[in-house]
Design a protein around this ligand. Structure first.
Ligand SMILES: Cc1cc2nc3c(=O)[nH]c(=O)nc-3n(C[C@H](O)[C@H](O)[C@H](O)COP(=O)(O)O)c2cc1C
Length: 221
């Protein structure tokens, strides 16, 4: 596959097969992702790879917190408000997902089940959690993590693996800290589900949209 195909083929997968990802393959992807650019080559990322029994414990505890209405306490501030255009995109993808799942907007119980499924990582057999030293300015550290994660996701796509960056996986960071040796002076930035896609389900196949080039690019000169 050429890079164009890989970029266009990667998409966020919201239903995974349970098949485990071979550890050597995960190593290969992380080995490629370490070549991502970072501020002054600082490579601030620290990655925790959760699989097997610890991951199952995390999945259940994450769902439990949601079920119990525990207030999220992510270590990186989540956006709460968006400019109108951005909000319409965010609402739009939410609608696309529910439509693909045949969940009517007014079916609150089904929407809750879907959110629980998200907090259960859509059944993924692996979660990678990316952290940075807490002493770093958040914005720059998050840039580096974003670049790292994108390299990882593209490398995964090229090898037939699926990913979904998941804010829903870092809403309750204490759960991760209980299972993985994240140092106190590190900040948990983001997690991503990794696994093999359930290729046939509509939630993994709906058509996605993007703003046109002229909506965001300004040519000067
Ligand atoms: C930082 C970040 C956090 C995300 N968190 C979630 C999440 O919690 N749940 C979810 O279903 N998708 C999540 N996504 C996936 C986005 O919804 C997705 O990237 C976007 O809709 C574009 O779709 P695509 O990735 O399929 O191209 C997240 C993406 C990013 C970059």
């Amino acid at each position: 596959m050429d890079i164009r195909e890989i970029i266009l083929q990667r998409r966020s997968i919201r239903r995974f097969r349970p098949d485990p990802v071979p550890p050597d393959l995960l190593r290969e992807l992380l080995d490629l992702a370490r070549w991502s650019p970072s501020w002054g080559n600082t490579q601030p990322w620290q990655v925790y790879v959760l699989t097997g029994e610890p991951l199952e414990r995390f999945r259940q505890a994450n769902q439990e917190q949601l079920r119990n209405g525990v207030v999220p306490a992510p270590e990186i501030e989540m956006p709460q408000e968006w400019p109108a255009t951005l909000k319409s995109r965010y609402v739009g993808v939410g609608k696309d997902v529910l439509t693909a799942l045949a969940i009517p907007r007014e079916d609150k119980a089904a929407r809750i089940r879907y959110t629980l499924d998200m907090f259960g990582l859509f059944g993924a057999p692996c979660l990678i959690v990316v952290c940075v030293p807490a002493a770093l300015p958040r914005a720059y550290a998050a840039l580096d993590v974003g670049l790292f994660l994108q390299t990882f996701c593209l490398a995964a796509a090229a090898r037939g693996l699926a990913t979904c960056a998941l804010a829903a996986s870092v809403n309750y960071p204490q759960l991760i800290r209980r299972l993985a040796p994240v140092p106190e002076d590190a900040t948990i930035v983001i997690g991503a589900a990794v696994g093999y896609p359930d290729a046939d389900v509509p939630v993994n196949r709906f058509s996605r949209s993007r703003a046109g080039l002229d909506e965001f690019a300004v040519w000067v000169g």
